[in-house]
Ligand binder design. Sequence first.
Ligand SMILES: Nc1nc2c(c(=O)[nH]1)N[C@H]1C(S)=C(S)[C@@H](COP(=O)(O)OP(=O)(O)OC[C@H]3O[C@@H](n4cnc5c(N)ncnc54)[C@H](O)[C@@H]3O)O[C@H]1N2
Ligand code: MOO
Length: 403
Amino acid sequence: MALMPVADALAAILAGAEALPEEMVALDAAHHRILARDVAARRTQPPQAMSAMDGYAVRAADAAGIGARLKVIGEVAAGRPFERKVGQSEAVRIFTGGVIPDGADAVIIQEDTAAEGDHITITEAAVRGRHIRAAGVDFREGDILLKRGRCLSDRDLSLAAGMNYPELAVHRRPKVAVLATGDELVMPGENPGPGQIVYSNGYGLRALARAEGADVVDLGIAADTVAATTQGIRRARETDADILITMGGASVGDHDLVKRSLEAEGVAMAFWRIAMRPGKPMMHGRLGPMRVIGLPGNPVSSYVCGFLFLVPLIRALSGRDHVHHVRESALLGRDLAANDQREDYLRARLEAREDGTLIAVPVNHQDSSLLGNLAAAQALVLRPPFAPAAPKGSSCELLRLPE
Ligand SMILES: Nc1nc2c(c(=O)[nH]1)N[C@H]1C(S)=C(S)[C@@H](COP(=O)(O)OP(=O)(O)OC[C@H]3O[C@@H](n4cnc5c(N)ncnc54)[C@H](O)[C@@H]3O)O[C@H]1N2
Ligand code: MOO
């Protein structure tokens, strides 16, 4: 199989990736979930004209002159509007959020009045409409304020509550099963023997998947045998995972058994090996409804491929309206040599010039085993296949990594 271009690989992974079914969740549980339906206001807000200040509801014409005296004929209590109409030279005591009584067309703040018994004297002229929030100024019944596919922010939850929704329809979270492979791997905190490596890849990838709204199932580490790898694949199916991520064993070595094991279980491989650095030996296929992404074992390759391919897939299955990473422009902070046939994703630090220009400085060593440089990087600088040499100061495109 020839190396597949990155864009084609992504298209193959996203092909047919439809939003998962919807479920109702209480507002407090809806933060960062993806809306499954448009949400139309169930009420008008504010439902009636309301005061924006503490003071008196008046007829502006009666309170336009300094020294005018008005009779206070009652009070608007919270949740209990005033029953009568405000007549000539009359005022009604009102508080912030109180319903403007009939007849009144202005609120005069109490600091602009002098109260004496049941009368007030105007010390600053009232202006028609001032300090009144018109009915529906925020939204009206039937207005669609939140659209399906939206990732619900904290403010959206308050808005939905204000629209009178105690719960919302969101898409089910994709379930991502994560399986590491490798005889050499030991868990963090253990005492690695000669040639052993501490299992690191799963930690970043699982956090990445969770941050995108996925439910994660950790399937641990499978030994480098077809039997152990197969057992891991079957466990992923038993947990009804929507996505299985494998890590390692993706290359051509004698112990790279993942592809063989997946195919033996019936995975139809859409591709294996892409024109990308890091991450060449990535593979993808399907096993019934489960989508499988076989990531390379090198820690940086594993993470970068997860970022580039797993994240958009999770977003698509979650029903998000925007699934792709957004590219940003910057200037290169160092010279880069011409590129070969593999699309490059260079780990880079970001700096901002005083005028706000973004500078991307690719780190010195781009080897795909370097966790330190991956953690220090804030972005991936894109280098298309066969890009010519690029001097410091020339423009480049980048993808920002999660904080
Ligand atoms: N002859 C060739 N050799 C290699 C090729 C090639 O095209 N021809 N491709 C290279 C590239 S590019 C990559 S990337 C790696 C990926 O290989 P595998 O997916 O088979 O990965 P492993 O051999 O299993 O592991 C590589 C490296 O990463 C460590 N590792 C694996 N899993 C984890 C983990 N969960 N946590 C931490 N570290 C992990 C593993 O110990 C190895 O050191 O292949 C090249 N070779
Ligand atoms: O893709 Mo490998 O990541 O070049 O090391």
